[in-house]
Design a protein around this ligand. Structure first.
Ligand code: AMP
Ligand code: TRP
Length: 328
């Protein structure tokens, strides 16, 4: 079965765009491929300066992944820091990539430019080496990623190829794949921009943990277009099209046919808000149960860590044997 790895950093709360665009497909995918899902807390350390924050975010994200339907018996859901081989292989990867290659990473250039006045950790620079370790440890066949991560998969392949050339065939060559198309959810206040946790205001963002009143209010206040016609047209009518696309993603219809059922904006906003509330209610229920039951959450994550470690240990051993580090 194809081994597929997706990783997500525990930064910020999960929103409707993450869910309809990505997480919901992970839930479907867990029954179609050998799915590994890592919560990559070590990656978050590149920008962490306060105690406890990363751990709390990790538990919240884990509870959310289980609440949306990832099943620890189908998929392997693990926390990166619980599998020590990530950091260990990460060092070996750092020694297999060049300073020049890392210097060409556009994400590093962007992030370091944005943090100009702040502390720029060396980890922010070597981050792709850790990401290569994440991927290669699991003999990953496919890594579903968006455009922004393509370069990191390319460098992972370069690293794997160099390692295999130097020390003998050790790593499976992974490839980047385009994730199964999910809905593209736009900001409710600025429907020409993607819903994103880096948005300036929260009013256009629907978090999976927003209470029903807050969700309905955000939909009611969604920015719409100036004429009064309900029609699916992303370019001319971004606000209405976004509502139709969300409603379609939640109820299973198509935005075009849903458009024919409305003549006014009000009822569409209302129905979209209510459909989202109805979808979120059981997710929130499971989330609150789990986050209040740390023992259960630890048990579920323990299962994932055990499965992940078994694979990671074997690969790490293969790598150190290939190099010829002593084995005792
Ligand atoms: P991020 O939180 O931006 O790292 O995104 C995590 C995952 O959610 C990625 O797979 C994104 O493609 C997906 N995602 C984030 N925002 C949206 C959005 N507005 N619409 C659809 N998918 C999204
Ligand atoms: N760098 C990725 C991001 O910012 C997260 C990530 C870390 C990742 N390790 C990975 C993604 C391994 C895929 C595979 O989104």
């Amino acid at each position: 079965m194809t081994r597929v790895l997706s990783c997500i950093q525990p930064t910020g709360d999960v929103h409707l765009g993450n869910y309809l665009g990505a997480l919901r497909n992970w839930v479907i995918g867990q029954h179609e491929c050998d799915a590994f899902h890592g919560i990559v807390d070590l990656h978050s350390l590149t920008i962490t300066t306060e105690p406890k924050v990363v751990g709390d975010n990790t538990l919240r994200l884990a509870a959310m992944l289980f609440a949306v339907g990832l099943d620890p018996d189908a998929a392997t859901v693990f926390v990166q820091s619980q599998v020590p081989q990530h950091a260990q292989l990460g060092w070996i990867m750092e020694c297999t990539v060049s300073f020049g290659e890392l210097s060409r990473m556009t994400q590093f250039k962007d992030k370091s430019a944005r943090r100009e006045a702040e502390f720029i950790s060396a980890g922010l620079f070597t981050y792709p080496a850790l990401q290569a370790a994440d991927i290669l440890l699991y003999d990953t066949d496919e890594v579903p990623v968006g455009e922004d991560q393509r370069q990191h998969i390319e460098i992972t392949r370069d690293i794997a190829e160099r390692f295999n050339f130097r020390f003998g065939d050790t790593f499976v060559m992974p490839k980047a794949v385009i994730p199964r198309a999910g809905a593209r959810v736009m900001d409710l206040q600025d429907p020409t921009s993607k819903m994103s946790k880096s948005a300036t205001a929260d009013s256009g963002l629907v978090y999976l943990l927003d209470d029903p009143a807050a969700v309905l209010k955000k939909f009611k206040r969604a920015v719409t277009d100036s004429d009064n016609e309900v029609r699916f047209d992303r370019a001319e009518k971004p606000g209405i099209s976004n509502l139709l696309e969300i409603l379609a993603a939640v109820t299973g219809g198509t935005p075009e046919t849903l458009a024919t059922q409305y003549t006014q904006y009000g009822p569409l906003k209302n129905d979209a808000g209510e459909a989202v509330v109805e979808m979120l209610t059981p997710i929130q229920h499971r989330y609150h149960e789990l986050i209040a039951d740390r023992a259960e959450l630890a048990r579920l994550l323990g299962k994932g860590a055990e499965k992940a470690r078994a694979v990671a240990e074997a690969t790490y051993r293969r790598a150190t044997e290939a190099i010829g580090l002593i084995q005792i």
